[in-house]
Design a protein around this ligand. Structure first.
Ligand code: WT7
Length: 655
């Protein structure tokens, strides 16, 4: 068998008698409980996992489908559930966060300290007039303050919207404006890989672009002490704001459906979607998946390497671990600084027992380890590890096996967790003490998640046959709506032909024997580059907005060994088609343009210039053909309907 083929012989489950879900019989029982009474199952768990101020009386409310509600008449506070509850349980002195800075400096924060800091920040926000229902944009790098800022918003019922620190001023402005933020919390600069990168300056630029008039305060965390511009009418230092604030702050008790956060993600059209999540249902799934998928125990040290700017950092850094009273590592830096052994050294130093990362990181660290013995994981003591996790994109079996062998010492189960910004938490994933593993498969649905594969009419397809991934029943942590655009929510996730099923946007196939799911990739115009979700239309709009140069552009993805997918842009310039050095120079200009419009993560890897683009006689760009060209495939499809078939040859030559 090719080592990159998905296996068919499941790897047996290690002996985990004490797992929270110990064996397939236990898994089957949970699945059966959910099947017998879906709403009752989730309600039982919501009572067990969360502390409610006012208990709810009903589970699922589907009367306004597809705008589903869960536990609607219950009230709670997310920050109370993450912090106060742990202190009340006697975990006040337990370490909540082990923060490791870019330069290796380590800071430990106990649950008691984290609560006090959250309360002080919450009081500071209130003192500036932020109240329940207001939106606060958080534009921060990985830091204790980032987690505290999210928790502080939750404490006072403000809805946060975290924007990844790699997004440009333009992208930040669009998000501030769309969500209607009254405040932005940022830092002077961020430190990554030994470099100081601007944050506050980008906020200044974003606000200067206009449309952010609702923002009355910009709160600045001093991280590097770097020089920044200061507008005294609006800018305030975080430490000054927090200085005289009390260390207690009565939580704002909110309804279970109160929007905890809005997080922007890419869709099929140019404009990013503000995915709105709830408080009760979201936190339930964060806590539940933390416990079952990672089999989390009191003495575990959990490390999720994601950034708080993505949903993984929301659910598995800011909320899930804290809701269970876990100890977690929060890392400011990058996996390759000071060298590519950083992750392995941190696992060794902090005795990490559950490690959750992305296939892209694994693939690049494999390359690094193969190139340089000194950063090979075998040089480190990784014996503290018990469970490994993967997220963000399909993990190819070769990388899976390397991870299993070299990091997990062949003894740690890998949970390949399939989920999305919209789903709030894991949807299809092994449970480490129950599910036999197959490299390259995310295996079976989390108990209570009605995942299925159907055709375009919503009819089930048999195992062994690929189709569209759907979820047949609502679940507590699902997206509630797209912020300010309920119609787009319905059209994107509940298209009429799918019988009321949630459309994930991915293709999938179930194994004929085991019924295991394998995700085959997006079925829409969304790319996954290094686990970052990018809309092709978004990048196209950015390119054509360079009106001095670009007449037309089409963007597609092509497979890439390290990043999963790579962005490939076909561009028609206003002037003549460039070649040689000239083409290289313009391609670089365009890359920088896209970085400025969206962010460096959206820079196309390949840019091919053509005299025009392959179009049908009705003028539609044939992206399917461009995908073949991008991959370097010979075109076998019928091109007779093309207006200009000769263009394919020109584009295939590249430049
Ligand atoms: C898309 C969602 C999940 C949080 C981080 C990304 C792809 C995600 C897997 C996996 C195969 C995966 C899907 C999905 N994806 N996890 N384990 N196996 N594909 O969240 O940015 O909303 O992206 O990532 O295509 O739709 P996101």
């Amino acid at each position: 068998m090719n080592e990159n083929e998905t296996g068919t012989h499941p790897i047996p489950v290690p002996d985990m008698k004490h797992a929270h879900v110990p064996g397939m019989a236990a898994y089957d029982q949970l699945v059966a409980e959910a099947e017998a009474d879906h709403s009752g199952y989730w309600s039982r768990l919501a009572r067990e996992f969360l502390t409610w101020k006012t208990p709810f009386t009903k589970g699922l409310d589907d009367s306004r489908a597809p705008f589903f509600e869960w536990f609607e008449d219950g009230t709670l506070n997310v920050s109370y559930n993450c912090l106060d509850r742990q202190v009340e349980r006697g975990l006040g002195d337990k370490t909540a966060i082990i923060f490791e800075a870019d330069d290796g400096q380590v800071t430990r924060v106990s649950y008691r300290d984290l609560l006090a800091r959250t309360c002080r920040m919450a009081n500071a926000l209130k003192a500036r007039g932020v109240k329940k229902g207001d939106r606060v944009v958080i534009y921060l790098s990985m830091s204790i303050e980032g987690v505290v800022a999210m928790q502080a918003c939750a404490r006072i019922g403000a809805t946060h919207s975290v924007v990844f620190g790699g997004f440009s001023a333009q992208s930040l402005r669009d998000r501030i404006q769309d969500v209607g933020a009254v405040m932005v919390i940022t830092a002077d600069e961020q430190l990554r890989g030994g470099r100081q990168l601007p944050l506050k300056a980008i906020v200044d630029d974003a606000i200067a672009l206009g449309g952010c008039e609702a923002v009355t305060d910009v709160i600045v965390y001093r991280r590097t002490g770097g020089k920044i511009a200061w507008d005294p009418s609006r800018d305030r230092w975080l430490h000054e704001e927090m200085q005289n604030q009390a260390e207690s702050c009565e939580p704002e008790w909110v309804g279970a459906e109160h929007p905890l956060f809005v997080l922007y993600t890419s869709g099929s059209t140019g404009k990013p979607k503000g995915v709105q999540h709830s408080s009760g249902g979201y936190l339930l799934h964060a806590a539940l998946t933390m416990k079952w998928t990672f089999d989390l125990k009191d003495d575990d040290v959990f490390w999720c390497t994601a950034d708080i700017g993505w949903v993984t950092g929301h659910t598995y850094i800011a909320y899930g671990p804290l809701a269970l009273g876990a100890t977690e590592v929060v890392f400011e830096g990058v996996p390759t600084y000071p060298d590519a052994g950083r992750f392995w050294k941190m696992i060794q130093d902090h005795k990490v027992s559950v490690f959750y990362t992305a296939p892209t990181a694994i693939r690049s660290l494999i390359k690094a380890a193969e190139a340089d013995e000194a950063v090979h994981p075998k040089r480190y003591d990784l014996s503290s590890l018990r469970i490994l996790g993967s997220v963000g994109e399909p993990i190819n079996p070769a990388a899976w096996k390397w991870f299993h062998q070299n990091i997990g010492g062949g003894r740690c189960p890998i949970v390949d967790t399939f989920w999305q910004t919209e789903t709030g938490g894991h949807m299809i994933t092994p449970l480490p003490g129950a599910t036999p593993l197959v490299p390259g498969s995310c295996t079976l649905p989390f108990p209570g998640i009605a995942a299925a594969i159907v055709d375009e009419t919503g009819t089930d397809v048999p195992n062994g046959q690929g189709g569209i991934l759907v979820v047949k029943k609502p679940w507590p942590s699902m997206i509630r709506t797209i912020w300010g655009d309920p119609e787009r929510f319905k059209a994107s996730y509940y298209p009429p032909e799918l019988k009321g099923y949630y459309l994930a946007g991915d293709g999938a196939i179930r194994d004929a024997q085991t019924g295991y799911f394998t995700i085959t990739g997006r079925i829409d115009d969304v790319l996954n580059v290094s686990g970052h979700r990018m809309g092709t239309m978004e990048i196209e709009s950015a390119l054509v907005s360079c009106t001095d140069l670009v007449a037309e552009a089409a963007v597609v993805g092509r497979p890439d060994e390290t990043t999963g997918e790579a962005i490939c842009a076909f561009v028609v310039l206003k002037g003549p088609r460039p070649s040689g050095e000239e083409a290289k120079k313009i391609a670089n200009e365009l890359r920088n343009w896209v970085a400025r419009e969206i962010g460096p993560i959206a820079k196309p890897k390949d840019i091919c210039f053509g005299d025009n683009l392959p179009k049908t006689r009705s003028g539609k760009i044939m992206r399917r053909l461009l995908r073949s060209v991008a991959k370097g495939e010979t075109i076998t499809q019928d091109t007779s309907t093309l207006e200009n078939p000769a263009i394919l040859e020109q584009l295939a030559q590249r430049n």
